[in-house]
Design a protein around this ligand. Structure first.
Ligand code: GAR
Length: 209
């Protein structure tokens, strides 16, 4: 089983979905650590209750982005995960850090990339009038929300949706998509080839939920 560390900043519902999936005996990955950059993140209590070791690296305790990233790198090097899953981790990382971990970092983003990179994706999707919205699991690279896409799930935007109803519909899809994408990545049925994620060997393997 691949060793997975999860980075969080907040509530941790995607982290919980990964922990729950990894509790199944045939899941190809185990969650070995959860790291938060916020001491008050709700995710920490959820992880602790599930018996996953947690640590806090408070970005406010560091004078610079570089110093925070050095501490995060040191903690990850100690844990030595095969995969690092960002789950509502709201920090941009320096190129030096990305260089060291590139190819091993996955992120979930609450939009169908390459649309709506960055923050406030649901409000922006509503403002744009799109009829399909969703979520994306992708590899983390130096450019924000632009790494190779592993998997996506689409949900409809309904008349009468507001930001919270749309966010809830997308979040439910995130909780299905992320464990599935991590499983394909950990098994090697999704892998990077020439800068894109390819699937196989089974015909039903794909990045669509
Ligand atoms: C999720 O919707 C995730 O996709 C999003 O934050 C939420 C975290 O919720 N991530 C980003 O916006 C990354 N820039 P969670 O803590 O309950 O998983």
């Amino acid at each position: 089983r691949k060793r997975v560390a999860i980075l969080v900043s907040g509530r941790g519902s995607n982290m919980a979905a990964l922990i729950d999936a990894a509790a199944e005996p045939d899941y190809p990955a185990e969650i070995v650590a959860v790291i938060s950059n916020r001491p008050g993140a709700g995710a920490l209590a959820v992880a602790a209750r599930a018996g996953v070791p947690t640590s806090i690296i408070d970005h406010k305790a560091f004078a610079s982005r570089e110093a925070f990233d050095v501490a995060l790198d040191a903690e990850l090097s100690r844990i030595a995960p095969d995969v690092v899953c960002f789950a509502g981790f709201m920090r941009l990382l320096t190129p030096g850090f990305i260089d060291r971990w590139e190819g091993r970092m996955l992120n979930i983003h609450p939009a169908l990339l390459p649309s709506f990179k960055g923050l406030d994706t649901h409000a922006r999707a509503l403002a744009a009038g799109v009829k399909l919205h969703g979520c994306t699991v992708h590899l983390v690279t130096a450019e924000m929300d632009a790494g190779p896409i592993i998997a996506q799930a689409a949900v409809p935007v309904l008349d009468g949706d507001d930001e919270s109803s749309l966010a809830a519909r997308v979040l439910a899809a995130e909780h299905l998509l992320y464990p599935r994408a991590l499983a394909m990545w950990a098994r090697g049925t999704a892998r990077l080839e020439d800068g894109r994620v390819r699937f196989g060997p089974e015909p039903e393997d794909s990045g669509l939920l």
